[in-house]
Design a protein around this ligand. Structure first.
Ligand code: 0L1
Ligand code: MG
Length: 259
């Protein structure tokens, strides 16, 4: 099995780097378990690391009831964020992506190691700051169609992310009550609130730490955590402009370009 997981991790990594669509792994390997999928994700991350692209954080996916229903699960999933996934300005070149979608998120930056059965209080005490953020998800599977095992193996569709310039104290506001409006080319396309992330984004970080612990992993100081999507993700195309207004906390802007 170990050899198969290595082979599949290389296969997934190659498709992530080349932005070529692939078939669901579970078509040829229906026997794969969710634990196997997390091992494929981990092994693919080793290939990123070898290529000079280290782990800088974690993302939580399927954190809203609607998304969980669409994949037929009742638990979120996690993925790994590498340095090359971070955008440093509000421009998204589509080169290297297949069928990207964008969703508003909240990001936690952690200053103290988090592991084990932590509580929200532990998370707040370990949080340096919270920032408005957006995530670009891009499944490598044809038609964005996958099972739970497939999406976990494909690093929870991680592709790119952008953090706001302004960071806030974790105690600045009630993060579950922050309203978000997303405009695409001037039209309102999505609205939501922080509570869409498991009721409160801090719960997502708690759950991430619990899930990582089951794999013998922890959140290290300096890491970024994308807590989850606040609205549905929207498809983007060359020439699009996105404006995501986080009520009272500023606006994230993204211009989508061909290359
Ligand atoms: O960030 C997310 O919630 C996405 C998780 C993977 C499912 C998808 O690609 O829609
Ligand atoms: Mg997300």
């Amino acid at each position: 099995m170990s050899e198969l997981l290595h082979t599949l991790a290389e296969h997934v990594y190659t498709h992530q780097r080349s932005a070529e669509e692939m078939d669901k792994l579970t078509i040829e390997h229906p026997e794969l378990t969710v634990d196997d999928a997390y091992e494929i994700q981990r092994l693919a991350l080793e290939l990123y690391h070898k290529a000079g692209d280290p782990l800088i954080g974690w993302k939580m996916g399927l954190t809203s009831k609607a998304k969980q229903r669409s994949v037929g699960v009742d638990e979120p999933i996690f993925g790994r964020l590498t340095r090359s996934m971070e955008l440093h300005e509000g421009v998204l070149p589509l080169a290297g992506l297949i069928h990207p979608r964008v969703e508003p998120e909240m990001a936690f930056v952690i200053k103290r190691r988090l592991e084990g059965l932590v509580t929200p209080r532990d998370v707040w005490a370990a949080t340096e700051c919270v920032m408005p953020a957006l995530e670009v998800i891009d499944s490598r599977y044809r038609n964005f169609s996958f099972t739970l095992v497939d999406v976990v193996a494909d690093n929870a569709s991680s592709a790119r992310f952008l953090l706001a310039d302004q960071a806030y104290s974790p105690y600045h506001t009630a993060w579950d009550e922050v309203g978000v409006v997303m405009r695409q080319n001037g039209d309102v396309v999505q609205t939501g609130a922080g509570a869409a992330i498991l009721g409160h984004p801090v719960r997502s970080v708690v759950q991430l730490v619990h899930m990582l612990s089951r794999h013998g992993l922890a959140v290290e100081p300096g890491m970024v955590i994308l807590a989850g999507g606040i609205t549905e993700a929207v498809h983007v195309h060359p020439g699009d402009t996105l404006e995501i207004d986080f009520d009272g906390l500023g606006t994230l802007r993204l211009a989508v370009t061909e290359a």
